[in-house]
Design a binder for this molecule. Structure first.
Ligand SMILES: [Zn+2]
Length: 392
């Protein structure tokens, strides 16, 4: 039947990548680590040369893999012909749900963003959100009618199960919302729902600056405070508490009190709402001060604004010192929509982190990443690749 919202759906190609067997193993290995020679594939997958040849041939025949130009083999070896996937017909969609907007990207299977769009939410009513989500996905897919769609990844800040039932999402005001079912009912494509910080760390683990490290941490600052830890390539499961595991760690910075009564905890001093409350006071305004307002006032030399930025920077430095000392990561990636605070106060962050650690503590690389919501949506796209293509 014609679907007026996606007029090209009848001609959209189906995904061709094999979903099981040795062919699937070869596809995953090439996707994650390609280009690779047949010899490298055999070593990585524990396959004989004959098995590799038998698995690769049909992939070449249907055009999902290709031979690149011959290169000299290792040492004085014969020339070898690396293989790679042909991915110009395959996409996933990634969507990040926030309280104000739904953000989406269409991405290739190596998470390169092809299109992005967003739509405003009239409310966080789950029906409103699910309808906006479906409209946004259709709008994005109309832009690439000739691509095979492997699935849609959705990231949401909150606690949820594998089927996408959200037990609690504080920033959306949700308790026990069956988001996964609501989204699947509205689309013909497979949908996976993922915690937003986990999605972000999936992208970091595969494609980010820390991808080759056996242990790294991700900290997000924004409306909430997020934390994830990757050890030996595995993302550690988040605790089953509704909030971020770092939201209320004691930092002993500032005299603010969080909504749970802690003085100087991470939420009281570093969550964006708390920072902007102090900014409104410092700038002598009512409640409506944005992070951009605060950073502009700081850049123009407003002493009160600078004090607010620096207090947040000291708090972040204290938090990073705790992460460094307790989790022993090789690197900490810091991102999120409050990252402007960290970038503006970078020297203060570094100094506070050093001051809180032992003089001989091993330095930990801190990577501050400027980011937009498209980056969160890209993380959701990686969740879709991992779920529907890689199968992990
Ligand atoms: Zn607290």
């Amino acid at each position: 039947m014609d679907d007026p919202a996606e007029p090209f759906s009848n001609t959209r190609p189906a995904p061709l990548l094999p979903r099981r067997g040795t062919g699937h193993q070869v596809v995953v290995e090439l996707l994650l680590h390609g280009p690779l020679t047949r010899g490298e594939l055999g070593l990585a997958l524990g396959l004989t040369p004959g098995s590799v040849t038998r698995a690769v041939r049909p992939l070449l025949d249907i055009g999902v893999a290709t031979e690149l130009g011959a290169v000299l083999g290792p040492g004085l070896g014969r020339p070898v012909t690396p293989l790679d996937l042909v991915l110009d017909r395959d996409v996933v969609v990634g969507v990040k749900i926030t309280a104000a907007r739904v953000w989406g990207v269409v991405a290739g299977l190596r998470a390169e963003v092809l299109h992005e769009a967003s739509t405003e939410l009239a409310s966080t009513d789950p029906v409103v959100v699910a309808d906006a989500f479906a409209d946004l996905v259709r709008e994005l897919l109309v832009l690439c009618p000739d691509r095979a769609v492997h699935g849609v990844g959705v990231s949401v800040g909150g606690q949820l199960d594998a089927a996408g039932r959200v037990s609690v999402a504080p920033l959306l005001g949700w308790v026990d919302v069956d988001l996964g079912t609501a989204l699947r009912q509205r689309l013909d494509h497979p949908v996976v729902v993922d915690n937003d910080v986990v999605s972000l760390v999936r992208a970091e683990r595969w494609l980010g600056s820390a991808r080759d490290l056996d242990r790294f941490a991700l900290v997000t600052i924004g409306a909430g405070l997020g934390y994830a830890l990757v050890v030996g390539g595995e993302i550690l499961d988040l605790p089953t508490s509704a909030r971020s595991p770092i939201a209320h760690v004691p930092l002993g910075v500032g005299d603010g009190v969080c909504d749970e009564g802690h003085r100087g905890c991470a939420s009281s001093v570093l969550a964006l709402a708390a920072v902007l409350d102090r900014a409104a006071e410092a700038l002598g305004r009512g409640g409506d001060v944005s992070l951009d307002d605060l950073l502009a006032a700081h850049a123009s030399g407003h002493a009160g604004a600078t004090a607010v930025v620096e207090e947040a920077a000291v708090a972040l430095g204290a938090l990073l010192a705790l992460v460094a000392d307790l989790a022993w990561p090789r690197a900490i990636v810091v991102t999120g929509d409050g990252i402007g605070l960290a970038l503006a106060g970078r020297d203060v962050v570094d100094a506070a982190m050093r001051a809180r650690r032992a003089a001989d503590a091993e330095p930990v690389a801190v990577d501050l990443q400027a980011t937009g919501f498209a980056r969160w949506a890209r993380g959701a796209a990686v969740a879709a690749v991992e779920t529907f293509v890689v199968g992990r």
